[in-house]
Ligand binder design. Structure first.
Ligand SMILES: Nc1ncnc2c1ncn2[C@@H]1O[C@H](COP(=O)(O)OP(=O)(O)OP(=O)(O)O)[C@@H](O)[C@H]1O
Ligand SMILES: [Mg+2]
Length: 299
């Protein structure tokens, strides 16, 4: 059985690499536009794993494009095109390496906060709630169980840590970083995006338990949605038909990989251990399945 080829890293002659993130290689195409290449890298617990996930970069790109279109009435976004043929010649020269995994986008000045929305109690939200009864200053009813749906979705911003783990912050703290008016705008936009996406996804069998957006200012000083949108990497996706509060949920997303890693005696610090081929293949299947359920078509 042949294992599908994966891309761990790109190196594109003639384009200037501006950032290698945990998942994306970002190139400057010109002063105002970037090429964002989603590789097949996967990170868990903020470490990049030595194993790649086949087709992951494709799913992240196609799913983000889907949501940018679907939610375009709520906010402007950075996407210009995912079609290599419509990109400048300097990019088209690398068409074979880039097809399916690349977004040509407007470059933004990135706000240094992660705009997280939570509709359910999981992850660091669940941890904070158990300790303090609150998340990011939102007082929640007592007695909620793990994975419980919140009375209403809440905006729970976090700092973008260059290294290590992001830290949950209050809206007041976010306002000190980006200003009160911008905080209000990003909060309202993030909640509106989440609400519409959650309703849409739920009707297709997926609970979007929480998600993270990034925003920036474009060259005209307008706020735009950037990065990826509502993918299994930036969100917790749970299969609706297995949903049961009171425990952690099985999921379409990286939780599956995280769960495997939790069975190991690994201290969550680099270097991360490799994934068994079966875990990698099952993860590919989950990404493809999430795409199929949400968009109604096979990738
Ligand atoms: N339109 C844009 N303009 C400027 N930067 C962007 C834009 N879209 C995405 N980015 C940035 O490109 C990078 C994407 O890479 P990736 O998602 O792999 O990063 P990451 O490891 O998640 O890092 P980070 O914690 O900074 O998001 C992010 O730093 C993101 O902020
Ligand atoms: Mg990212």
């Amino acid at each position: 059985m042949s294992v599908p080829a994966t891309v761990s890293e790109t190196s594109l002659e003639g384009l200037r690499l501006v950032r290698r993130g945990k998942v994306r290689d970002v190139y400057a195409v010109d002063a105002e536009r970037l090429l964002v290449v989603a590789t097949d890298r996967i990170s868990a617990f903020d470490c990049i794993l030595p194993t790649q996930i086949a087709r992951k970069g494709e799913v992240l790109t196609a799913l983000s494009r889907f949501w940018f279109t679907q939610l375009g009435h709520i906010t402007k976004n950075h996407l210009l095109t995912t079609d290599i043929e419509d990109m400048p010649e300097s990019v088209r020269a690398h068409a074979d390496a880039l097809r399916g995994r690349s977004m040509f986008v407007r470059r933004a000045e990135v706000f240094p906060v992660e705009c997280v929305v939570r509709g359910y109690l999981a992850g660091s939200g669940w941890k904070d709630y158990r300790r303090t009864g609150e998340i990011c200053g939102h007082k929640l009813p007592a007695g909620l169980r793990e994975s419980a749906q919140l009375p209403q979705p809440i905006f729970t911003p976090a700092t973008k840590a260059e290294t290590g783990h992001d830290e949950n912050i209050s809206e007041a703290c976010m306002a000190e970083i980006v200003g009160a008016a911008t905080t209000e705008r990003l909060r309202a936009t993030s909640l509106a995006l989440y609400l519409e996406a959650e309703t849409y996804a739920r009707a297709r069998g997926i609970i979007i338990a929480d998600t993270k957006f990034e925003f920036g200012l474009d060259a005209q000083g307008q706020i735009i949605l950037i990065d990826e949108a509502l993918t299994p990497d930036s969100s917790r996706f749970w299969p609706l038909d297995h949903y049961e509060p009171g425990r952690a949920q099985a999921s379409f997303d990286k939780q599956f990989v995280r769960d495997y890693l939790e069975t190991l005696d690994w201290d969550k610090r680099p270097p991360a251990p490799p994934l068994p081929a079966a875990v990698a293949a099952a993860t590919t299947a989950r990404y493809l399945e999430a795409y199929r359920l949400l968009t109604g078509s096979e990738l």
